[in-house]
Design a protein around this ligand. Structure first.
Ligand code: SF4
Ligand code: FES
Length: 266
C-alpha cells in the first residue's frame, strides 16, 4: 500500500517496511454481534500515518487476510485540528492523522480500535454526540451579531488572551474522556473537556448572568461534583489543556455560588 506522498515503486522497497494493521471492526451501530478483528498488510513508508494507511486501504490497494470492505474511520482536517480521527492506537487514544505508522508499530503490528466511551457507529467511527451536547449544556460559545460585536467582547489584556488561548485549544478529540474512570459508555458525567469550556468562557465573560448560567449547568447531577479527581485527563490531552486546573477552578466557583450565590447572581 502506498499513500499519496510515498515514493515511486522502484525506491519503495528500500524505504518501507511491511506493517500489519490489526483492526477491530463492527458493521453498524445496532450490530454488536458483528464485532471482530481483521488484519491488513501495508507497505509503510517513513511519512505514512495511520490515517494515510487507512485511506490507502479505502482505495482498495491493501493486502487483507481475506476479502473485506474498506475500514471506516473519520477524518476532517488531516492536520491535528479537528480531533475527529481520534481512535485507540495500541490501546491509547491518539489521532490517526498525526501518528506515524512505523513509530507506532510493536513487533510489526499496529492495533486500531474505536474509542471505548462512545457508541460505535461503524468500524473506527463513534457517535460523539454526547460530548457535543455537553458543550451546548455549558454554552461553550458566545452569541454575537457581527464582527464588531465580537471584537468588543474579545479579551483585552495580553495575559487574559494567553490564558483563554490555552483553554481554547481543545479539539473535542475525546482523549481525556477515554481515560476518565467516571466517564463511562452510556453514563451521564459531563467530562473534563466541557468543564474546561466553562472556565474558558467564564474567564472573559462580560455578562454576569451568562457566567452564572454556566456554573448552574454543571452544578446538576453528573456535573463537576462527579469528577473523581483521578487526573488522568490532563496527561492524556495531546494539546496540554490544563484540565485539572480548570476542573478545580470550576469546582471552586460552583462552591462559591452554592454558598454565596446571591453575590454572584447580579
Ligand atoms: S481537553 Fe484535550 S484531550 Fe480533552 S477533548 Fe480537548 S483536546 Fe482532547
Ligand atoms: S483529521 Fe482532524 S485531527 Fe486528525
Amino acid at each position: 500500500v502506498t499513500d499519496a506522498n510515498s515514493k515511486p515503486a522502484s525506491s519503495k522497497a528500500a524505504n518501507s517496511e511491511r506493517i500489519t494493521l490489526r483492526v477491530q471492526r463492527q458493521d453498524g451501530p445496532d450490530k454488536p454481534q458483528t464485532r471482530r478483528w481483521e488484519t491488513f498488510t501495508v507497505e509503510a513508508t517513513s511519512n505514512m500515518t495511520v490515517a494515510s494507511a487507512l485511506r490507502a486501504l479505502q482505495r482498495g490497494s491493501a493486502k487483507t487476510s481475506e476479502p473485506s470492505a474498506p475500514v471506516a474511520f473519520e477524518s476532517g482536517c488531516l492536520e491535528e485540528r479537528c480531533g475527529s480521527c481520534t481512535m485507540r492506537i495500541n490501546g491509547r487514544a491518539a489521532k490517526a492523522c498525526s501518528t506515524r505508522l512505523l513509530s507506532a508499530a510493536r513487533k510489526g503490528t499496529v492495533t486500531l480500535e474505536p474509542l471505548s466511551k462512545f457508541p460505535v457507529e461503524r468500524d473506527l467511527i463513534v457517535d460523539r454526540s454526547r460530548s457535543f451536547r455537553a458543550l451546548e449544556q455549558v454554552k461553550a460559545y458566545k452569541q454575537v451579531e457581527d464582527q464588531a460585536a465580537a471584537l468588543a467582547i474579545a479579551p483585552k489584556t495580553k495575559s487574559l488572551q494567553e490564558r483563554v488561548y490555552q483553554l481554547s485549544r481543545c479539539t473535542s478529540c475525546g482523549a481525556c474522556l477515554e481515560v476518565c474512570p467516571e466517564y463511562t459508555l452510556g453514563g451521564d458525567f459531563i467530562g473534563a473537556a466541557a468543564l474546561n469550556q466553562v472556565r474558558r468562557f467564564n474567564d472573559d465573560a462580560t455578562d454576569p448572568a451568562e457566567k452564572k448560567q454556566r456554573l448552574d449547568s454543571v452544578m446538576r447531577p453528573a456535573g463537576v461534583a462527579d469528577c473523581g479527581k483521578a487526573q488522568n485527563c490532563v496527561e492524556a490531552c495531546p494539546l496540554g489543556v490544563p484540565l485539572v486546573d480548570s476542573i478545580q477552578e470550576v469546582a471552586r466557583d460552583t462552591s462559591a455560588r452554592m454558598l454565596f450565590g446571591w453575590l454572584l447572581s447580579e
